[in-house]
Design a binder for this molecule. Structure first.
Ligand SMILES: Nc1nc2c(ncn2[C@@H]2O[C@H](COP(=O)(O)OP(=O)(O)OP(=O)(O)O)[C@@H](O)[C@H]2O)c(=O)[nH]1
Ligand SMILES: [Mg+2]
Length: 362
């Protein structure tokens, strides 16, 4: 499985519309709040120009891109934690994702009611993120209560888990998201085990009016995002939905007509990759060429484990050709002849674009 991204936001922000465009599926997206109740899940191939280029040189029978999973959930409203709207229990559906995309409504859409008065992206960011923080606080407090009850019975002393929970609680109570970078080693593992949404990387999808594409980036949205240390992808959900169903040869003309800087879905996927610090490497095994996703700084034996656990266990060495060298040489054979294929050990840090041949023995 590749990486996963949860889609959050107010009702009628355009989450399902964007999900549809991303996955080219057609789930219900209607101009009434709480249209989505059960989550929608879709797996999307990651568009990858390098994979296309490599495949044009290697001519494999099968080309398998890496994937990203999107989960579209119900809309959150103010006081969801007190049961407003659909409540906040459904946030459990995105507790295990790697990243969160927060769709913020910037389009007027006269016939699409807003749950609050008027278009105000900053208010909406505040409302949704406050509910995320409160939902996480509930989890942290429940966990602390449970540990304290256990401690009374078993007389166990205060452990590292409680320390981490208290630290996280203080951050959430101050109304902030948690910075996982402030935790290291065992503490970081404990933090990850709580599956807090407020500790996941988050970026904004500003859903703007189809007529406003040329106005992006919007200064007040940029400022709010920057203040929170986050990136923004500007798209028009409506246009993306139409673009997704157009034949490939008509897409460029459509994007030019509306001043779209490339397909929004590609920008969303690229942003997800950037904030998660992901890289792609490639393999050719038998007749299949395949792209794989790992975090930057992953070592060769771990990367091999992504392909198959036997490959990690029995890892001997990796034969590596950098993407540019492969393309410059024109084939694996030519790259080898030129001495551009390197032999690396298990501790080699895999680089973005590497073409790997794993030698293993089990
Ligand atoms: N004009 C305009 N309408 C849009 C845009 N994006 C979405 N809409 C419309 O807004 C309405 C709500 O969109 P949805 O995608 O269902 O919104 P949602 O965030 O999934 O809403 P819930 O499931 O209720 O939480 C639909 O009628 C969409 O067609 C946009 O960029 N421009
Ligand atoms: Mg929806």
């Amino acid at each position: 499985m590749g990486f996963s991204c949860g889609i959050i936001g107010l009702p009628n922000a355009g989450k399902s519309t964007i999900f549809n465009a991303l996955t080219a599926l057609s789930v219900a997206a209607q101009p009434y709040p709480f249209c989505t109740i059960e989550p929608n899940q879709g797996i999307v191939p990651v568009p990858d120009e390098r994979l296309t280029r490599l495949a044009s040189l290697v001519h494999p029978e099968k080309v398998t891109p890496t994937t990203i999973e999107f989960i579209d959930i119900a809309g959150l409203v103010k006081d969801a934690h007190k049961g407003e709207g659909l409540g906040n229990r459904f946030l459990g559906q995105i507790r295990e994702v790697d990243a969160v995309a927060h769709v913020v409504r910037c389009f007027e859409g006269m016939n699409v009611p807003h749950v609050y008065e008027g278009i105000d992206p900053l208010r909406d960011m505040e409302v949704v993120e406050t509910e995320i923080i409160i939902s996480d606080l509930e989890i942290v407090e429940e966990r602390l209560d449970k540990m304290e009850r256990l401690a009374r019975v078993s007389k166990e002393k205060h452990g590292p888990e409680q320390d981490v929970l208290h630290r996280v609680k203080a951050v959430l109570e101050a109304g902030r998201f948690v910075d996982p970078g402030a935790f290291s080693g065992e503490e970081a593992l404990l933090l990850a085990s709580f599956n807090l949404i407020a500790a996941k990387p988050l970026f904004y999808i500003a859903n703007i009016d189809e007529a406003d594409m040329e106005k992006a980036p919007l200064p007040f949205v940029e400022e709010a995002a920057k203040g929170r240390g986050r990136q923004v992808v500007y798209i028009s959900g409506k246009l993306e939905e139409e673009l997704a169903v157009l034949p490939a040869d008509e897409r460029q003309g459509f994007m030019d007509m509306y001043g779209m800087p490339g397909a929004g879905i590609e920008r969303i996927i690229k942003t997800g990759y950037a904030i998660l610090d992901l890289i792609t490497f490639y393999t050719v095994v038998g007749k299949e060429m395949r792209a794989w996703t790992v975090r930057r700084q992953t070592i060769a034996s771990k990367a091999a484990g992504k392909i198959h656990s036997d490959m990690e266990r029995g890892f001997i060495r990796a034969e590596v050709i950098a993407y540019e060298d492969f393309v410059r040489a024109g084939s694996e054979h030519a790259a080898r002849e030129k001495g551009w294929a390197r032999v690396e050990g298990r501790e080699y840090v895999v680089q973005d674009g590497d073409i790997l041949h794993i030698r293993f023995n089990v």
